[in-house]
Ligand binder design. Structure first.
Ligand SMILES: [Zn+2]
Ligand SMILES: [Zn+2]
Length: 136
């Protein structure tokens, strides 16, 4: 079995966990946040917690290329980061706090290839992950 890096993330505002262990993606707990699309429809999105995995499920339809607004399901705060935009498509970047340090950032535009989970400082985070879980 290949080793996968599975993330544990918290809301940057209220620090509550965003993990949903009832909704699995690739057999891992997913990251659940509230979403609002341009049409005004609101729903939930479950993002894969596996580093580098693009999979997600969503109970509202996000039109391809549209920017969605992400909210914390606990405190309802907007998860958009101020003054940071996607370096590919210039949409707002959405961020979560990562339990092993740093942030996990995704592009808020559906279909943008930045729409997945990345560490801002991948070397440090991966090293911490390996230290914490004892993989070598
Ligand atoms: Zn919150
Ligand atoms: Zn983007």
């Amino acid at each position: 079995m290949p080793k996968v890096v599975s993330l544990n993330v918290n809301c940057p505002h209220c620090n509550k966990s965003l993990m949903d262990d009832k909704h699995l993606i690739n057999n891992r707990s997913s990251i659940k946040v509230l979403i609002e699309v341009a049409t005004g429809q609101k729903g939930s999105i479950w993002l894969s917690s596996i580093y580098g995995d693009y999979n997600y499920t969503c109970d509202v339809k996000i039109p391809e290329g549209e920017i969605a607004i992400f909210h914390c399901p606990h405190c309802q705060n907007n998860l958009k980061r101020k003054k940071i935009e996607c370096d590919i498509c210039h949409a707002p970047i959405v961020s979560f706090n990562c339990s092993i340090g740093g942030h996990v950032s995704i592009c808020s535009r559906n279909g943008c290839k930045n729409h997945y989970i990345v560490f801002e400082n991948v070397d440090t985070a991966i090293r911490k992950f390996y230290d914490e879980y004892g993989y070598h």
